[in-house]
Ligand binder design. Structure first.
Ligand code: ZN
Length: 435
């Protein structure tokens, strides 16, 4: 039901800034009020708000009219591995080709970037009559390619190629081009003069759109499924929810793929800063601590499905499949923050929602990746469960997931937002309710 809307959301979100803008548009349409972190906030019971940081992370919250037990939070990330365009990017090859200098952003699979059209999107600060203005920019046409070396020039190409970022991963941009040619394309897209562009954050993106496929169209593939599937599902569930006896929170973070240690990443003060301002409504510091003790964060980030050609690479008993339902992740070293407590709460939510779930744990000799949940605990120490949707080809520019799973995640998160935790500090008397 929701998969086509999600695919459209992903196609319209070529980079982090666009994903945040598209979530903001969903919130605007639903009547949420945009707040600036630099202003005084006049929050009210029954109010619905959101704020952004660096235009690349977003936190939205819905305040109930009456009592609020705690925060019911969903967090996901909006950045994906790609290549960031350098300043002065054009470089000449023999006076016949122009290439663009880029630098890797995050841990990407490099091979799938070859031989497919690539474009550039991001943001630019532009000089205007009223001062500097931030503009989102998407060149939105095929301008780059990473061409493979022919098999005849590399007879060992199929025996395992070692990709060198400064040699292999330098995309072709054109024939002979003058310096500043890319900036001129950016300026054309923005309908400004090139000399008025003061600075930019530009990233490459794969031009292939999302599609459904398979014998029964049971699979969906697209760019940035990690983690725009969860960002979309979180936003959809959040916008479609009604008020409950908790403060509902949606957080979309940038920079997960590079460690989250930025001003707007999951390790930043962003979440704590916002939640403290909200809890001022209920009595300030003490209310904040009380509410945090009665809160749950669902950290939603995609998980590794069993690969059809390499099933032995996953744990034999705790493995997940496409269209197998929402994945709950667990890890002994707590890279995934789930524990018996947070899993119990989330399993109850799945049961209440009638949504199937599956368990994922890494094979013991494979450390796996990191995600948002445990990192967010640096600034806001809150009970956390790591979940996600099963997918193949994680960190490829074209990933694959299960069509049915989109609805499962939206439904379970809608149910989550209805629930509240009361007095969980006293664990002998756990009360976790649908309100
Ligand atoms: Zn991710």
């Amino acid at each position: 039901m929701f998969e086509r809307e999600m695919m459209d959301f992903i196609d319209r979100s070529p980079v982090n800034f666009y994903a945040v803008r598209n979530v903001a548009l969903m919130l605007d349409k639903a009547g949420f009020v945009r707040l600036n972190e630099g202003d005084v906030w006049h929050l009210q019971a029954g109010g619905r708000y959101y704020t952004t940081r660096n235009d690349s992370s977003l936190i939205a919250f819905r305040i109930p009219e009456g009592e609020a037990c705690g925060f019911m939070m969903v967090s996901a990330h909006c950045d994906s591995p790609c290549f960031k365009v350098k300043e002065n990017p054009e470089s000449d090859v023999l006076g016949k080709y122009t290439r663009i200098s880029v630098e890797g952003y995050g841990g990407m699979l490099m091979a799938p970037w070859f031989d497919r059209p690539v474009s550039v999107a991001g943001r630019a600060y532009v000089r205007t009559n009223s001062g500097l203005e931030m503009r989102l920019v998407n060149i939105d046409r095929d301008i780059l390619m990473f061409p493979s070396l022919a098999i005849h020039m590399d007879r060992k190409a199929n025996d395992g190629h070692e990709y060198k970022k400064n040699v292999d991963m330098v995309p072709l941009f054109g024939g002979e081009c003058e310096k500043g040619a890319l900036k001129r394309l950016v300026a054309e897209s923005l309908e400004v003069e090139a000399q008025d562009i003061v600075s930019t954050d530009l990233f490459t993106y794969n031009r292939d759109k999302c599609r459904l496929w398979g014998a029964n169209e049971e699979f969906l593939s697209g760019s940035r499924l990690d983690d725009l599937m969860c960002a979309y599902a979180g936003a959809k569930a959040f916008v479609d929810s009604d008020e409950a006896k908790n403060v509902q929170v949606l957080a979309i973070f940038d920079n997960e793929e590079v460690g989250s240690l930025t001003r707007q990443g999951a390790c930043s003060t962003f979440m704590a800063d916002v939640l403290k301002r909200v809890s001022a409504l209920y009595g300030g510091d003490d209310a904040f601590r009380r509410m945090i003790a009665n809160s749950l964060n669902v950290s939603a980030d995609n998980a590794h499905a069993v690969h059809p050609n390499f099933p032995e690479l996953t744990d034999p008993n705790n493995r997940c499949y496409l269209n197998g339902g929402v994945v709950i992740k667990k890890n002994a070293s707590q890279k995934y923050a789930s524990d018996a407590y947070s899993r119990a709460l989330f399993i109850k939510v799945c049961e209440e929602a009638g949504v199937k779930y599956q368990c994922f744990e890494n094979r013991p000799d494979m450390p796996g990746g990191s995600t948002l949940g445990n990192l967010l605990n640096y600034s806001v120490s809150v009970a956390t469960v790591d979940v996600g949707l099963a997918q193949l080809a994680m960190h490829s520019p074209y990933e694959t997931a299960g069509r049915e799973d989109v609805d499962s995640l939206v439904e379970v998160l809608k149910q989550l937002y209805k629930m509240h935790i009361k007095n969980l500090g006293v664990t002998i008397n756990v009360e976790f309710k649908d309100v």
